[in-house]
Design a protein around this ligand. Structure first.
Ligand code: GLU
Length: 158
């Protein structure tokens, strides 16, 4: 069980994400992370342990008005900074609640196709599948829909 949050709006996303994660912290607390925009770039910050450890590595303000966040309760891969969410492939960052049951087969196929993985999580296959669809020319909504057709399990993502 974990908590995920996504924000798009007019406020600085980072404080909204942190406050949302505070309310979700009872759902998962082996690590936490956020992705948000800062000066046109996607910034990812993650920390092992409770949310206050993440708060210590992000500033009070992010800058961008869109972002995602996660408090993790590990199912695949040890509680570590590398395995903390968000995960990323190309320009696609993902937070995920749940389990991708066919991730081994998907990961094997992605590795054979030349993708490099940075974590032990089941989650990271989702980023690579979406990024591949984006590379093939799909806009993000279609890319997500097509990628998720390959995924089996119970899950929510942002
Ligand atoms: N299966 C994912 C992982 O182990 C998500 C776990 C969760 O729901 O917190 O990273």
């Amino acid at each position: 069980m974990c908590g995920i949050i996504g924000y798009i709006g007019k406020q600085d996303a980072l404080p909204v994400l942190i406050e949302g994660l505070r309310r979700l912290e009872y759902r998962g607390y082996d690590s936490a992370g956020v992705a948000f925009f800062q000066e046109g770039k996607t910034v990812i910050r993650r920390a092992v342990g409770k949310l206050r450890n993440l708060e210590a590595v992000v500033g009070a303000r992010g800058g961008g008005q869109i972002g995602i966040g996660h408090v993790r309760w590990a199912t695949h891969g040890a509680p570590s900074e590398e395995n903390a969410h968000p995960h990323r492939a190309g320009g696609v960052a993902v937070v995920h609640n749940g389990i991708i049951e066919n991730y081994r087969a998907l990961k094997r196929a992605l590795v054979e196709a030349g993708e490099t993985f940075a974590s032990e999580t089941d989650t990271e296959v989702i980023c690579h599948l979406i990024a591949r669809q984006v590379r093939q020319g799909h806009r993000l909504p279609e890319a997500v829909r097509f990628a998720l057709r390959e995924v089996e399990g119970d899950y929510a993502i942002a």
